[in-house]
Structures are given as C-alpha cells and as structure tokens.
Design a protein around this ligand. Structure first.
Ligand SMILES: O=C(O)CCC(=O)C(=O)O
Ligand SMILES: [Fe+2]
Length: 317
C-alpha cells in the first residue's frame, strides 16, 4: 500500500488576469475554478507573477528582521482595534507572534509603522511591504470581481469595495520545544471577507473540509492561499464556505506568514444583496455592523470550532 499523496488545493494562475481586458477565455475558466473552490473548500492556491519572487524574498527577510527586534520595540505596535497590534507571549499560544498594519498600501501608514519600530528608519521594510501589499490588494480585487460576476452582483462590486478596509498581518511561529504542543494557531474561521496568505516556504496550514476532516495543505513556494472569511459567507448568503483552519508546527524551522485581510468598514451594515435571498436561499444572518460584532467577539470569545458570526447573528432556518 503506497502512502497518500499530499493534498493539493485547486491552483489558479492570476498572472495574466491583472489587466483591464484580460483574455475572455482565460478569465472565464479561472473564474469558474475560483468559484467552485470557494464553494467546496473555501480556499484555493493562487499564483501571481506580478509579485516577483525577489519581492517576496525581500518581504520575508524584512519580516524576519521585524520579529528579531527586542520585545519592547515590537510592543510599540499598539492598536485600538482588537487583534491589530502586537500579539505574542500568550501562554496558551506560546509559538505565535503577530503584528499588523492597517491600509498597508498607503505609504504614510506603512511609514508610521516602520518609524515606530525603527526610529532611525528602514526604507527597505517600508518600500517592500507597501509594494507587496498593493499587489495583494490588486489580487483581492480580481478575486472579488470574479465572485461578484459569478453571483450576478457586478453592479454592487464598487460599492462593496468602498465599504471595505484592509489589514496586513505578519506572523511568526517558532519551533515547539520537545515538551510543548505543536499547535501554532488554534482552529478558527476568519471573520474577514477574504484573506490572502503567504508563507516563507515552511508548511503548517491545515484546513478542515466540509466533512470535518483536517487536511494539511502543501503550498508551493511563491504561491498564495486565498480563503473565504465569514463576512463573505454572510454577503453571499451562505454560497461561499468559510473554512476552519489552524497552524501546526511540525517543521524544524521558524514559519513566517503574511496575510492581507479585507473586512467590512465599521459603521456599514453588512447584509447580502436582495438577489441572494429567495425561497431556496432563505436569509441566514441578520444584518450586522462589523465593529459591533468585533466588540462582541472580543468580550464573549468564541468557542473552539464555532463560527463567530453564526453565533452572533445567525438565523435558524
Ligand atoms: O499563518 C497562517 O498561515 C494562517 C494565519 C491565520 O489563519 C490567521 O491569522 O487568521
Ligand atoms: Fe485564519
């Protein structure tokens, strides 16, 4: 009996799709693949040559330098938004550290973060993070355009993108000590609309299938994992699947990852367009405000393997 080959998510190449008028056939075939993957697994692997391997290497080198800074420096990254500032030294997640930058494609925002961490400046960090984030943001826009087209919601796309905020999170998972659990980040579903993740070549991401099986995703170098968050599940009235996922550190070297999270702007009411609701698709969630939900989420906490938004505003159907 041979061993099972490692599980591979569907792979979609976006390299030729980042222009105004991409080839129609390539666009349609990629769109079908993207939508199917987001329904079935809630995620897929993307390649995007517009973000050069050289830029990716520079970003990960700079992220490593960032985490190498003394703890007091890293703790200067505070935020009035929960989970957006420095997170680390948490007893039940000892392997994990993260930091975050809001609107990371805006030069001033990245410069402010950089100058806080490196008062003497660090243009290499600032420039590479900005350029990289801008390209990830472009990729996010392409995927959303595909999904909105597939759902016949194109007329809402612009309004939707304007009601979206972006956050870049950089993460580090150290190797577990022999007596420690290898769980880097416990099982959860993202509350975002969409999340785009990249790792430094060190595997560790597990995804739970709709059937409840955990699968270890082997991500190719220079690829991205694009994943549905619960807010997109709300907007599509359940048509897109937000997968539970976790990070397990079986690797023997530090894992770094970077994620661009898109989230509904605070103060806008999130609800699916009316076209998403009919007799066959009854409304699954009450309209909600993302800021109020996050306040609830942080206060109440969410039980493991439970959907936060479903608990907060899910309707019984
Ligand atoms: O590090 C990763 O690849 C996953 C991180 C993650 O799931 C999260 O930050 O929500
Ligand atoms: Fe996540």
């Amino acid at each position: 009996m041979g061993s099972e080959p490692p599980f591979q998510l569907p792979v979609v190449d976006f390299s030729k799709l980042n222009k105004q008028n991409p080839d129609k056939l390539i666009w349609e075939s990629a769109k079908t693949k993207v939508f199917k993957a987001l329904q079935e697994y809630g995620c897929f692997e993307a390649t995007f040559s517009n973000i050069s391997p050289n830029l990716q290497d520079t970003v990960f080198d700079e992220v490593q330098h960032l985490f190498d800074l003394p703890l007091e420096s890293k703790q200067k990254n505070t935020s009035d938004r929960e989970f957006h500032g420095y997170i680390g030294q948490i007893p039940f997640m000892p392997l994990y550290e993260s930091m975050g930058i809001d609107s990371p494609y805006i030069p001033e925002k990245v410069d402010k973060f950089t100058n806080l961490l490196w008062p003497e400046g660090n243009p290499k960090f600032s420039n590479s993070i900005q350029t990289y984030s801008k390209k990830l943001w472009e990729l996010d826009g392409i995927v959303k355009k595909m999904v909105f087209e597939e759902l016949n919601l194109t007329k809402y796309l612009e309004e939707h993108l304007e009601a979206t905020n972006y956050h870049l999170k950089v993460m580090k998972y150290r190797v577990a000590e022999p007596n420690e659990s290898t769980m880097g980040l416990d099982s959860h579903a993202d509350t975002s609309i969409l999340t785009i993740l990249q790792q430094n070549g060190v595997q560790g991401l597990d995804i739970r299938t709709k059937d409840g099986d955990w699968i270890t995703v082997t991500v190719s170098p220079n690829s991205f994992v694009i994943m549905v968050g619960e807010s997109f599940s709300v907007l599509s009235n359940g048509r897109l699947h937000a997968p539970f996922h976790r990070v397990v550190m079986n690797a023997n070297r530090t894992r770094l990852s970077v994620g661009l999270f898109s989230m509904p702007k605070i103060g806008t009411i999130v609800k699916p367009p009316e076209e998403m609701v009919d007799d066959e698709h009854p409304l699954l969630f009450k309209p909600f405000d993302y800021g109020e939900f996050m306040d609830y989420f942080c206060m109440a906490g969410v039980k493991k393997d439970t959907y936060g938004l479903k608990t907060y505003c899910g309707l019984k159907v």
